[in-house]
Ligand binder design. Structure first.
Ligand code: AMP
Length: 216
């Protein structure tokens, strides 16, 4: 199953995407994780992306299309992939459609996480992430240890108030039109109410895709 997750920053795409990928037995591709790892390692990709990421702006479409192509080529032999935050502009959606056509694959569903912006600001302001495996936490102080890998939790630079405001504006301007684009293409768009406990939201995700998963 190939599933695109859309939704504003802080809507829970990463957490739910991880769980969905485990449930489906497929990999998850998150361009944000790929880019942060490149920044950490100081690769040319990371150096090119860092300033835009710190401001909360999007990195250029051709950079994302390159990542998408590499990763999907690699995952193509598998059963599918969960694409978390990989598609954020209409040209990226068009690019993904092209790549999938070339690979002889089709998109099964687009899940749109709906949540109001006040909740997003409070979630993002309280968020820390593991500097090693990128697992997000809410309400844990920077410097604490990650439950999963023992890495150190840090505050993301783009979770500072100004960058948060910019990311929400960027979502409205550049990513919200992608929802309409998918709606006009194939009708595979399903909206998920992203407010609620992790388990409740996951039950909605699984229900929308008509899959059954063991409890986490
Ligand atoms: P995320 O971890 O998904 O919040 O992504 C963090 C940052 O990485 C974003 O604010 C963008 O700067 C960049 N990024 C991730 N995915 C994309 C994408 N599909 N298009 C453009 N920029 C992206």
């Amino acid at each position: 199953m190939i599933v695109v997750l859309l939704g504003p920053p802080g809507a829970g795409k990463g957490t739910q995407g991880e769980r969905l990928a485990t449930c489906l037995g497929v990999p998850k591709l998150a361009t944000g994780d790929v880019l942060r790892d490149a920044v950490k390692r100081g690769t040319p990709l990371g150096l090119a992306a860092k300033a835009a990421m710190d401001r909360g702006d999007l990195v250029p479409d051709d950079v994302i299309l390159g990542i998408m192509k590499d990763a999907l080529g690699m995952h193509n032999k598998g059963r599918g992939v969960v694409l978390d935050g990989v598609v954020r502009t209409v040209p990226q959606a068009e690019g993904l459609a092209r790549v999938l056509r070339e690979l002889g694959r089709t998109l099964d569903a687009v899940l749109v996480f709906d949540i109001d912006s006040e909740e997003l600001v409070s979630r993002l302001s309280a968020r820390t992430v593991c500097s090693n495996c990128q697992t997000p936490y809410t309400g844990r102080e920077p410097g604490s240890k990650c439950d999963k890998c023992g890495g150190t939790l840090v505050r993301r630079k783009d979770d500072e108030p100004e960058a948060i405001r910019n990311r929400l504006a960027v979502y409205e301007r550049q990513t919200a039109p992608v929802v309409a684009w998918y709606g006009a293409q194939n009708g595979a768009v399903r909206r998920i109410d992203a407010l609620g406990s992790m388990d409740d939201v996951f039950a909605r995700v699984a229900g929308a895709l008509d899959v059954t998963c063991d409890p986490a």
